[in-house]
Design a protein around this ligand. Structure first.
Ligand SMILES: [Zn+2]
Length: 528
């Protein structure tokens, strides 16, 4: 009896203490109070009118006419208030050295790097850096197959020995233990392209022990795209990992329109109980290296020196040229005018021109053979970053409409005005909101924002981001629905997006009144 009374008294005391604590906290002014916003909360629900209060790095209240003081109050004047965008397909290993302004200016507050099989192999030291070298946005990483394979086996074109496989498994596991959000492959790239499916399954199994997602730049996005999608799904089935197919596309002119059927493979896998999602950038052009998209992978084995030696051997050269011509014809093209130089370090005056133009300009020979010779010259000169105009608008729109498609850039941080990069790094999210929501009405505003926020958060395991909810991290945007859009074009890509008035990362504005504040509140995010 006495014990029970004592417990009751203790309990009441604790309750009282708790009440006092809550009361004192709610009397404390908010750090930021955003009033009169049209909240698009990331769920896909229609917007609602509310105030949103932030204290520290958290959203603490969402509601109408919130009482209380705030250090800073913003009148949203019916602007859209949305969660910060999560770009799940970035290449941002250089995030500590290069500015991320192009991303934050289009509303991106979190990047997932380590895609396409290419990542740091020391995940812990990469993530730890965020504490010492401040960045504008949040960063998470996958552990990449190509990087792990290169570290253990170099660039050889063969299967791993049992010992090599064990070493790779250990590296993947270490990356996952250190907080990687999943395992990525880039099966068109050296050296990952030399891996058979069983190797990928073995390494994905090593990752799967720790959770996370299997994100794949699949083995083919052109004529063999069906087999490639099936391979990704197979890896998911064998390992139980959720599958994310990166930059989902139909990259062969001959197959334009077949996205209906490629999407069907994903729908079918989902019906069968496998979690498959995809991401996409909102353009009809892709971007990657010159060699990896135009020269057969076997010819690149062993690295550039061996590759160049093969080009110097007449029989091998003839075989390479023949394969390139077949590939080109299979993709429905008659020349390389679809391939435009984004950045050729050896001679930046070539940037912005197509291979067909350059063959004429540099070699005075615009024949197909002249164009192929131009490609080899640039490979010998250190390779180049390219933009490939290979897709069709209706496919892009059909893929965007699919509920399991998220929006991601496939871009990286970089210096303003450097090269003629694909405009997606400056405009991708803004383009979806301007072109595909407002102008073409392909999807609704609420759905577009869901594809940039809660869907990526759900898929990559960010439990307290991607929604405007009390208790969630205050990654927030104020967007002008009437003017939001991309300005970056293929010809003039270095132009920030329009319509983002405020971009708030972890409670701190990195963009205020449309201008970069220089604040660097980004954090590393580890898999939970
Ligand atoms: Zn890729």
């Amino acid at each position: 009896m006495f014990l029970r009374t004592l417990l009751l008294i203790l309990g009441a005391g604790l309750l009282l203490a708790a009440c006092v604590k809550t009361a004192s906290q709610s009397n404390k002014p908010y750090d930021l109070l955003i009033r009169n916003a049209r909240v698009v909360d990331g769920t896909g629900n229609p917007w609602f009118l509310a105030d949103v209060a932030v204290r520290g790095d958290r959203i603490v209240r969402v509601g109408r006419n919130l009482p209380g003081e705030a250090r800073q109050t913003l009148d949203a004047r019916n602007r859209i208030l949305a969660p910060g965008f999560i770009d799940v397909h970035a290449h941002a290993e250089n995030v500590y050295e290069n500015p991320s302004e192009r991303f934050v200016r289009m509303g991106v507050t979190t990047l997932v790097t380590g895609n396409c099989g290419s990542s740091v192999t020391a995940v812990d030291s990469f993530l730890v850096l965020a504490a010492n070298r401040p960045i504008a946005l949040n960063i998470a990483t996958l552990v990449g197959h190509n990087s792990v394979r290169r570290k253990v086996m170099g660039e050889v074109n063969r299967a791993p020995t049992a010992d090599e496989l064990r070493q790779m498994e250990a590296l993947v596991e270490k990356g996952m233990q250190d907080g990687a959000v999943g395992f990525s492959t880039g099966l068109i790239y050296v050296p990952g392209t030399y891996a058979k499916t069983d190797e990928v399954v073995a390494l994905a199994k090593a990752a799967a022990k720790h959770g996370g997602v299997y994100a794949s730049h699949i083995r083919n996005e052109e004529g063999k795209v069906y087999e490639a999608i099936r391979e990704a799904i197979h890896v998911g089935r064998e390992t139980g990992m959720p599958v994310e197919i990166s930059h989902f596309k139909v990259g062969s002119k001959r197959m334009w329109g077949e996205s209906e059927k490629t999407l069907d493979l994903v729908r079918e896998a989902r019906r069968g109980g496998l979690q498959v999602t995809v991401d996409q950038y909102a353009y009809t052009a892709s971007s990657t290296r010159l060699s990896s998209n135009l020269i057969p992978a076997w010819a690149l084995a062993g690295g550039p020196e061996e590759g160049k030696r093969r080009l110097g051997h007449p029989d091998t050269l003839a075989r390479i040229v023949a394969e390139m011509k077949t590939e080109l014809a299979n993709d429905g093209f008659t020349d390389y005018s679809f391939a435009v130089v984004a950045n050729y370090k050896a001679d930046t005056t070539l940037n912005g021109k197509s291979i067909a133009q350059l063959a004429q300009l540099v070699r005075r020979d615009s024949t197909l053979d002249g164009q192929i010779a131009q490609i080899f010259d640039m490979y010998r000169g250190g390779d180049a970053q390219m933009v490939y105009h290979k897709m069709d608008e209706p496919d892009v729109e059909r893929i965007l409409r699919e509920p399991f498609t998220m929006v991601a850039s496939d871009a990286g941080p970089g210096n303003y005005l450097s090269g003629v990069p694909h405009p997606r790094g400056y405009g991708n999210n803004a383009r979806v909101l301007g072109r595909y929501v407002r102008e073409r009405q392909v999807i609704s505003l609420e759905d577009a924002i869901r594809k940039m926020t809660s869907l990526p958060a759900q898929t990559f395991g960010f439990r307290d981001r991607g929604l405007v909810r009390e208790g969630y991290v205050a990654d927030l945007l104020l967007i002008d629905e009437a003017t939001v859009g991309d300005r970056a074009t293929f010809e003039a890509p270095h132009q920030y997006a329009a319509g983002f008035d405020y971009v708030i990362v972890n409670g701190k504005p990195v963009v205020a009144e449309g201008k970069n504040t220089g604040t660097l509140p980004g954090k590393a995010i580890r898999r939970e």
